[in-house]
Design a protein around this ligand. Sequence first.
Ligand code: ZN
Length: 176
Amino acid sequence: MAEAQDQNAELLSLYQEIILDHGKSPRNTGVVENHTCQSDGRNPMCGDRVSVTTSVTDAGVIGDIKFDGKGCAISIASASMMTDAVAGLTAEEAETMFAAVRRICTEEVDPTDVQGELGEKLGPRLERLAALSGVRQFPVRVKCATLPWHTLMACLAGKATATSERARAPSAGTKV
Ligand code: ZN
């Protein structure tokens, strides 16, 4: 039991390191030249703002993808990790990745199991996002982690803005 707890603590500190690294030195920042879509997202709960630009090829594949953001370390780290993870995927695959990210951030699932369910192409990409599952312990931070993904989904759907909040009926539940 104690050993399992030690392993858990070790994993969490590794996750924290990955988040801090991406938060401090985010990858793929800026604006994609000749982008085919651009979307701005905001998380009013924390004040995070993320802008995503990407160029989707004629074949429907996400090419270059970059972000600009201002916000907490988790939102920036999540955006950085996302841009690394979704390049080369179709919009549908990116949506599948988002669903998986949402699961590991909110459910008591083992990220390795979710990886297995995703299969050969998407599984290894989720492995690189597993550190985000650390936000499970901090429910208010889940929106910080999912904001860049909401923004990407809006971008791919041709919408200019995204929010971590529901547009209507805010009391109906928390969108994560
Ligand atoms: Zn935040």
